[in-house]
Structure formats: structure tokens, C-alpha cells
Design a protein around this ligand. Structure first.
Ligand SMILES: [Ca+2]
Ligand SMILES: [Ca+2]
Ligand SMILES: [Ca+2]
Length: 395
């Protein structure tokens, strides 16, 4: 090896080391801009337990409740209570040192009736503190931590902001698939999780797969640091592609959103035209909640919502084609009540596809699955006489 190559190699190795070190997640105050699209995801709800968790409780209390939760790996029991005059529990006492005695603990008073929560700072056995805003009701307590594990993950050389949420309140373990991972994949400075939008792919359960530009990635947790590594999925996989030649319109552009169900549960995706053929894990898959958004030459948008009733076989060497618009001969059921005529909504097509809705988005309106304008309907006699007409309403 020439010295120049060697130098390049050393620089490369140093860069790799520094990128890896940069990735570790640190507990930091919640960035409100970053969480603005998903503020409720940090909420951790603890229901009260029917078991009596303490032998002795303060005298003269009313609306007594017992609870137990894990704070940064420490299981802590607590009580909530009010006075005989209060509407429900309004005070909390946590047995932070775990000795079963509540007289040596701080009383957190005035906790009820605050929709945004009242701050608490619990001293933990390891000397650290758990800080959260607390919302207290008669049935449960919501803990809203003020800090989260934040860091960056590297996806194909792009550093994306990410957050780990210990949803199960028991710390992070490598096999936990119930804690959340949020990644700002589109790097717009916030997590986009709105189900009705086309970008609901920025949160996943840890250890799950994520889609990026039609490729499949895995997320691996290093629980010690903690850190998350995102890598291309290299296991058994096939791909799917769309055949839109049966549709009446020739789309200039399209996106497909939905869920793919396979060997490891459901994975949501948002795929643009150039992401196809799109990788899919395993040998079989099923597409759920498909929303195909088509854009024509004039920029008008059309939505086709569908489900796949049967699963698709995947092969590693060539894409499995989903042919949309191949309808089976169909039977419609018409019901009349007063001036409203009901028509059965679902049309089935080849590959077990159930077509649920098809509609155009009026010019100037935002893409939305709600408030859709239904197609025009005319009901004719066998002789061609018009019996009724109107616009179809969904629901
Ligand atoms: Ca105690
Ligand atoms: Ca956990
Ligand atoms: Ca984002």
C-alpha cells in the first residue's frame, strides 16, 4: 500500500470512529420544536392498582389510590389521595427509598386538575432524579418526562435527529420492541407522525424495520450507551411494484402509503414513484390501509384507498406486481331510506384487492382522507329512465 492510500485509510478510519462516537444518545431537555408533531408520545400512563401496597397510610385521607411504576429502572410504589372535601385524589407520595414508609417522603400537593401537568422531581436510589410533569386523575397518573434520550442516527451517510422513548418505563433493553424510536427521516426539524398525513413513518417501535426511499433498514439498540444503529436490511426479502396501466388516468406522479404485514408484524411506509420496486421483508406480505395518491399533468390529485384481502408471495429476484384497477364483475346492493339511497361501498378486484374509496381532491384543497367528495351516482331503470341521482357520501 502506498503512503497516500494509507493516509486516506487512516483518515477514513478516524472519521468512522468519530461518527460512531457522535451517535450515542444523551438525556436532554425535550426540544419542543422537534416534538411539536408528537407531543403526546412522551406520555406514560400508569393505572392505579386494586392491591393495597402500603400497610400504613396518612390519617384522614379520602379517595385513596395505590400505584406502582418504574422510573429509570427503579420500581417505586406510591399513593394518591385527597381530602374528604376534594373531588378526587390531588396529592401524591412516592416511597422513593423503598422502605415501605411514607412518613419520610415528600408530599406532592395540588396535583389534580392541571391538563398540562405539575412538575415533580423524584430522588432515585442511585442518586439521580426523575423529572416529569404529572397529570393526576381518579383512575390513573400520567407522567410526562421533561427529558428524553436524544441523539442522531446515521442513515446512508445522513445524520438524522432521533429520540428514544422508554414507553415501558423499565429502561432500555436490547430485546425491547415496545419502546419507541422517533427519527426525523425527512430532516425537517420535527417528528411527523400524523396518521392522516403522507409522512407517518417517523416513529417506530425499537428493533423494527423502517423504510427509507423504498429500501428496508433495521434498527438495533445498543442498550449500554444507549445508541441506535440503522443499517440496510440484508436478510430474506423481495420487492413489490405497482402496475397502474388499468387505471383510467395516466398519472404523472404518485405516492403510496400503507402498512405491510409480514414476518415481523406491521411496518408503515410512505413511498414515492421512484422508490419502486420497494423492498419487503420475508417471503410473503399483505398490504393494509393502502392510500394511492395520483397526480395528473395539471396537478390535480386523485386518491384510491384499498386493502389487500390476500397475501402476496415475494421472490428475491423479481418484483411482485400489484395490479390496481383490475375489477371483478361486481354486484351492488342498493338500499333506500327516505331520500337517502345507500350503495354498498366495496368493490373487489384481482389479487383480493378491496377498493374502498376513489375520489378527486378539489383544486386548492389539501390532501386529506377525510371530507372526501364522493363520485356522482345515477340510478336508472332497465329502460334507461333516471330514478335518482346524487353524489355519493362515505360513511
Ligand atoms: Ca420511604
Ligand atoms: Ca423500556
Ligand atoms: Ca420530520
Amino acid at each position: 500500500m502506498k503512503w497516500r492510500d494509507c493516509r486516506l485509510w487512516i483518515v477514513g478510519a478516524l472519521l468512522l470512529l468519530s461518527v460512531h462516537g457522535y451517535g450515542a444518545f444523551k438525556l436532554a431537555p425535550i426540544d419542543p420544536d422537534l416534538m411539536s408533531g408528537a407531543p403526546h408520545l412522551v406520555n406514560r400512563t400508569v393505572a392505579f392498582t386494586p392491591q393495597k401496597l402500603f400497610e400504613t397510610v396518612p390519617q384522614g385521607v379520602a379517595n385513596l389510590r395505590y400505584g406502582q411504576a418504574v422510573f429509570k429502572g427503579h420500581t417505586i410504589k406510591f399513593i394518591a389521595f385527597g381530602t374528604p372535601n376534594s373531588a378526587g385524589p390531588d396529592t401524591l407520595i412516592f416511597d422513593t427509598n423503598g422502605d415501605g414508609d411514607l412518613t419520610d417522603e415528600k408530599r406532592w400537593t395540588g396535583m389534580a386538575g392541571t391538563p398540562t401537568g405539575k412538575p415533580i422531581a423524584l430522588p432515585l436510589p442511585d442518586g439521580s432524579t426523575y423529572e416529569a410533569n404529572v397529570i393526576l386523575s381518579a383512575w390513573y397518573v400520567i407522567f410526562r418526562p421533561t427529558s428524553l434520550y436524544q441523539g442522531t442516527v446515521d442513515i446512508d451517510g445522513q445524520a438524522c435527529k432521533a429520540v428514544l422513548i422508554d414507553l415501558t418505563m423499565d429502561g432500555f433493553t436490547p430485546d425491547s420492541r415496545r419502546d419507541l424510536l422517533l427519527i426525523d427521516i425527512n430532516r425537517n426539524g420535527r417528528f411527523d407522525i400524523d396518521i392522516s398525513s403522507a409522512t407517518n413513518v417517523e416513529y417506530q417501535f425499537l428493533g423494527g424495520e423502517i423504510y427509507l426511499k423504498g429500501k428496508l433498514y433495521t434498527t438495533t439498540l445498543d442498550a449500554q450507551k444507549p445508541d441506535v444503529i440503522v443499517q440496510r436490511y440484508t436478510g430474506e426479502q423481495g420487492s413489490i411494484d405497482l402496475d397502474l396501466s388499468r387505471l383510467k388516468m395516466r398519472p404523472k406522479d404518485f405516492t403510496l402509503d400503507g402498512y405491510l404485514t409480514g414476518v415481523s408484524g406491521s411496518t408503515s411506509f410512505h413511498a414515492k414513484k421512484d422508490y419502486f420496486p420497494m423492498a419487503v421483508k420475508g417471503r410473503r406480505t399483505k398490504l393494509g390501509s393502502g392510500i394511492l395518491t395520483l397526480t395528473d399533468e395539471e396537478g390535480l390529485q386523485y386518491i384510491l384507498q384499498f386493502q389487500m384481502g390476500q397475501s402476496l408471495e415475494l421472490t428475491p429476484d423479481k418484483p411482485t406486481i400489484i395490479a390496481l384497477g383490475k375489477l371483478n364483475p361486481w354486484q351492488i346492493n342498493v338500499y333506500q331510506s327516505g331520500r337517502t339511497i345507500r350503495v354498498s361501498q366495496s368493490l373487489t378486484g384481482e389479487q383480493g384487492i378491496v377498493y374502498q374509496r376513489a375520489y378527486a381532491i378539489p383544486k386548492g384543497q389539501q390532501t386529506s382522507a377525510y371530507g372526501a367528495q364522493g363520485p356522482a351516482v345515477r340510478i336508472l331503470t332497465q329502460g334507461g329512465k333516471e330514478l335518482a341521482k346524487g353524489a355519493m357520501e362515505y360513511g
